[in-house]
Ligand binder design. Sequence first.
Ligand SMILES: Cc1cc2nc3c(=O)[nH]c(=O)nc-3n(C[C@H](O)[C@H](O)[C@H](O)COP(=O)(O)OP(=O)(O)OC[C@H]3O[C@@H](n4cnc5c(N)ncnc54)[C@H](O)[C@@H]3O)c2cc1C
Length: 279
Amino acid sequence: MATTLPSHASVVVIGGGIMGCSTLYHLAKMGVSDAILLERNALTSGTTWHSAAQVRALRHSKNLTRMIQYSVDLYSQLEQETGQAVGWIQKGSLSIATNPDRLTHVKRQEALAHAYGIDAKSISPQEAKERWPMMNADDVLGAVWSPDDGRVSPSDVCAALVKGAKSLGAKIFERTGVTGVLTENGRITGVETTQGTIACDAIALCAGLWSREVGAMAGAEVPALACEHFYLLTKPVEASLAICRPCLITTTTSIFATIPAVCWLVVSSQWASLLPPAF
Ligand SMILES: Cc1cc2nc3c(=O)[nH]c(=O)nc-3n(C[C@H](O)[C@H](O)[C@H](O)COP(=O)(O)OP(=O)(O)OC[C@H]3O[C@@H](n4cnc5c(N)ncnc54)[C@H](O)[C@@H]3O)c2cc1C
């Protein structure tokens, strides 16, 4: 990583998670070769490090879906471009429903997928169990199978993006926290950091759940809110269970499961009930 802060950068990317690394990479690709990234700790030390990193193309808007489709293409090509593996495993995903409302939901997902040009199909509980034999499918009413989905290694994707960005002139500074944003007549003119001040023309706010605090440094209100997200990482499991399976999602209980390596990562995201009324 670079050690001496420049006095000026056209763009300062704040935050070294997946958003920051990807922003830096794409800026460099677009020819912004003097962009820098500032991370107050180490790259990926925020939420990115914890991610199950399931990559599921079907989202609630066409634009989001197209962005994920772009990501899938990017993950496939990044390793070749940078020499850094990204852990892309394309084993599909399985969304299961265990009550009638969710069955309607997953069927609508299937219809939406077709409208967005994504491969997805409804399957029976029996077929779901065949694809995921460890599942107790007694209460499963139906499922949607999306063969093109997969997962990545979040840290490795960041490493590849950073490698690609650096090869095009971008610089990364870890252990460099942004403590203030300088403005003049409503325009960004620089940032204050724990290592000194840098003049800049723009910032890219990629501080994840800390974006509200960093935005406030520039007088901006960022509607980002941190929510609890629980996960369970098992001990290494038997080789026969650790073979690559699709990502599994059950929206009824907001649980999803994936296999990062030789163990299971099970995540519960019961966050919706925690949001304040304004959200
Ligand atoms: C358990 C879990 C499972 C998940 N599973 C999935 C999944 O399967 N699929 C999926 O798509 N997403 C998943 N997510 C969500 C995903 O991990 C996040 O959406 C993503 O990592 C957010 O990336 P980010 O770059 O916005 O934020 P972060 O990774 O949090 O990065 C923000 C960075 O900004 C830095 N920062 C903050 N303030 C400052 C400052 N003042 N100066 C400098 N740096 C600063 C922080 O140190 C941090 O490194 C999961 C999340 C969790 C917790």
